[in-house]
Design a binder for this molecule. Structure first.
Ligand code: AMP
Length: 273
């Protein structure tokens, strides 16, 4: 199948084709984590549409929008290799009218955990994801467990707004030493790359503990030993992202964000108590 590159909404509508369609939204700089999403999408649907769009709405004023990596030619090669039907790569001006007014609110879920550090971030994510759903009209869409709160708010949007789209969560793909793959890892110096390993180590160390307070305490110790002071380190309900009570039994997400050098990294582990 020849890859079609749609550079604006009109081209996308012409190119999207007939279902079943699986959508994989990305901001580009594709790595093995993205490719795992694309492979899952390919396994589930005849046509895969990948969006490559660095969404200005989900970046705060002091965040890294302008230095976010852009590697479109390599991204297109990766999509060709994975059998993608269409790559949708619009300009920001094509996606958003200068006088746009209306967006999606993530509600309370958008204001906690990652949302505390990044006000408006999840509103921006949901607004672009809903636009992509409307433009591509997919049957299903794949998202990474790497961004666990994003996955949770998207599931919530689909439930609350009755969107007829299946949401597929894909496990986090890691480097052999445990570092979660991220487009931002390229900004780490060799020394920071080493320190960044404390994130996945902290999650693994906490994950084997029996109570929420122990899980968090043990993980915090590992981060502290590496000199990392997390933005947050919390054990939450995977669906609501509210902190779980001490007596909690069942699945939980141990979520962490920390700045390593100039780069802010997030990671999480699904654990069972
Ligand atoms: P991004 O380009 O960072 O916006 O990510 C696009 C999609 O890829 C999101 O659904 C992410 O959760 C997912 N993703 C990013 N990194 C990974 C990873 N290491 N493993 C699995 N999925 C990932």
């Amino acid at each position: 199948m020849e890859l079609v590159v749609a550079r604006n909404r009109a081209e996308l509508v012409k190119a999207r084709g007939e279902g079943p369609i699986a959508l994989v939204p990305t901001m580009g700089a594709l790595h093995e984590g993205h490719r795992a999403l694309i492979r899952e999408a390919r396994a589930l649907a005849a046509r895969v549409v990948v969006s490559v769009f660095v969404n200005p709405l989900q970046f705060g004023p002091s965040e890294d929008l302008s230095r976010y990596p852009r590697t479109l030619e390599a991204d297109l090669d990766a999509c060709r290799a994975e059998g993608v039907a269409v790559v949708f790569t619009p300009a920001a001006e094509d996606m958003y009218a200068a006088d746009r007014q209306v967006g999606v609110s993530a509600g309370h879920m958008g204001t906690i955990v990652e949302g505390t550090a990044r006000p408006g971030h999840f509103d921006g994510v949901l607004t672009v994801v809903l636009k992509l759903f409307n433009l591509v009209q997919p049957d299903l869409a794949c998202f990474g467990q790497k961004d666990a709160q994003q996955l949770a708010v998207i599931r919530r949007m689909v439930a609350d707004l009755d969107l007829p789209i299946g949401i597929v969560g894909v496990p986090t793909v890691r480097e052999p030493d445990g570092l979660a793959m991220s487009s931002r890892n390229r900004f780490l110096s060799a020394q920071d790359r080493e320190r960044a390993l404390a994130l996945s180590r902290a999650l693994s160390a906490g994950a084997v503990e029996a109570t929420p307070s122990r899980v968090v305490a043990v993980a915090r110790e590992v981060l502290g030993a590496a000199g990392l002071d997390p933005d947050y380190l919390t054990l939450v309900d995977p669906a609501t992202f509210e902190a779980v009570p001490e007596a909690y039994k069942g699945e939980a997400v141990l979520a962490v964000a920390a700045r390593v050098g100039r780069t802010r990294l997030i990671d999480n582990a699904l654990i069972r108590l």
